[in-house]
Design a protein around this ligand. Structure first.
Ligand SMILES: Nc1nc2[nH]cnc2c(=O)[nH]1
Ligand SMILES: [Zn+2]
Length: 447
């Protein structure tokens, strides 16, 4: 007999993805989570005889069915969302400064607010709020950019750790083409990044990992790019940056690197493009750049809310998927004004529909595919495909409990609605009011 002292069992409807074009909707399920390691112990679905099933579980696991079972009733459980690209300091500006394209937007709104994070009180206020906001919206994993400041970047990691979120956190590196009030020397950038990586690793929280973060090629000298590539390799960390978001940016990179074949090749040249790399946007890529990304096994963070707001363009997600490149979704707060991946899911569908307007043969993203990208796709981009993304046995339990019937909620359910209809209504009409509980690695988060 297996004795598990700490087993939590969720009884009700479980929804997740195993394949990109199909959502598994599993009524009458029992999902067991091992409280010792936060992993999924079992998932049994379409159960007819709950009493019999529970009796056998009582024998196998010595559970107390009055204490260890959470009855979901008419709520359902889905994986936590994975935001593969968000700027924590920019949350201060979310919903403002939506009138300019990328390079002017950076100068006018973004660098000024990021430079304020030398003030730790200011940082503490914004960072506490962004982490809370993400969790309330069911986002259990985030790839965060902080700012170039070491103390505030460490503070973000502390706050994420205290709140129990899963995250990759990057001290931003930028030693050129930046305002005088918001730039660092090459030596400081490397020294502080090294200290940041070492500090996060020494803290030993498996949920919070450092990520090497050159802001984008135009804001890093060759020397800095070279050393960041070496550091990421030495410490075996993830890498994140921006790629081919805006046509003026692409032309700028071409002028900075006239002898390299493309923007993507710039990152490759400095050993910053590999299977641990997340590139945000990647809209204006040639076929050979997509092939290079595939060959290097890097992933793309698709940020359509930002791409619409900054008028950057519409990523051809079908082409990226058909090329076999890992693809996840990102809010890109505050280029993207909305902190919720639910919002990004809808913009990913609309962005894909735009390609369909111009080409009747084009197969736009279905809502099932967009949900997959928000969960399983994100896990692949983060290198966590064996750890999170869905409820396969052995993965860690990162989840949200969704209440479609919450009082004063954002949508209505009618008698004829199937479970799939209700789930789709949540995707299109739902918001944080429907998120009743959030779990990361089996731990319930205080919302
Ligand atoms: N969207 C976006 N693109 C960038 N490229 C370089 N920095 C940024 C940023 O902060 N946001
Ligand atoms: Zn960004």
């Amino acid at each position: 007999m297996m004795k598990l002292e700490k087993l939590k069992i969720f009884k009700g409807t479980v929804i997740h993805s195993l394949k990109i074009d199909h959502v598994e909707i599993l009524p009458n399920s029992l999902l067991g989570v091992n409280g010792n390691n936060g992993k999924i112990e079992f998932l049994k679905s379409n159960i007819n005889d709950f009493e019999g099933e529970l009796l056998s579980l009582e024998k196998d696991y010595q559970i107390d069915k009055n204490q260890d079972i959470v009855d979901l009733g008419n709520k359902f459980i889905i994986p936590g969302f994975i935001d593969t690209h968000a700027h924590a300091p920019q949350y201060h500006n979310a919903g403002t400064g939506t009138d300019l394209p990328l390079l002017k937007w950076l100068e006018k709104y973004t660098f000024p607010v990021e430079s304020r994070f030398k003030d730790l009180e200011f940082a503490k206020n914004v960072y506490s709020k962004v982490v809370d906001r993400m969790l309330k919206n069911g986002t259990t994993t985030v790839c965060y950019y902080a700012t170039l400041h070491l103390p505030a970047s460490k503070l973000l990691a502390d706050i994420v750790g205290q709140r129990g979120q899963r995250a990759f956190i990057g001290k931003v590196c930028m030693d050129r083409h930046s305002p005088d009030h918001y730039v660092e020397s090459t030596a400081d950038s490397i020294k502080d990044t090294r200290e940041f990586v070492d500090t996060i690793l020494a803290a030993g929280n498996p949920l919070v990992q450092p990520i090497v973060t050159p802001r984008f090629a135009p804001s890093c000298t060759d020397e800095l790019m070279t050393q960041l590539g070496q550091l990421a390799q030495e410490k075996n960390t993830m890498i994140q940056s921006h790629l081919s978001e805006n046509l003026d940016e692409v032309a700028w990179v071409k002028s900075l690197y006239p002898t390299l074949p493309s923007y993507t090749h710039v990152y490759k040249h400095f050993n910053l493009l590999n299977n641990k790399t997340i590139m945000a946007h990647a809209i204006h890529l040639s076929d050979s750049e997509i092939s290079l990304i595939k060959q290097c096994e890097a992933g793309i963070s698709h940020c359509p809310t930002s791409n619409f707001t900054l008028s950057s363009g519409c990523l051809d997600t079908r082409k990226i998927l058909e090329a076999g490149v890992k693809l996840g979704l990102g809010t890109d707060v505050s280029g993207g004004f909305h902190p919720s991946i639910l919002y990004v899911i809808k913009d990913a569908i609309k962005s894909s529909n735009h390609h369909h307007f111009n080409n009747a043969q084009y197969k736009p993203l279905s809502f099932e595919e967009a949900f997959y990208l928000a969960t399983v796709g994100g896990s692949q981009v983060c290198g966590l495909q064996d750890t999170i993304g869905n409820f396969l046995v052995g993965k860690e339990f990162d989840a949200q409990i969704i209440d479609p019937y919450v009082a004063n909620g954002p949508f209505d359910v009618f008698e004829a609605d199937s479970l799939k209809d209700i789930f789709q209504k949540f995707i299109f009409l739902g918001d944080d009011r429907n998120v009743s509980d959030v779990y990361v690695k089996g731990n319930k988060i205080d919302l």
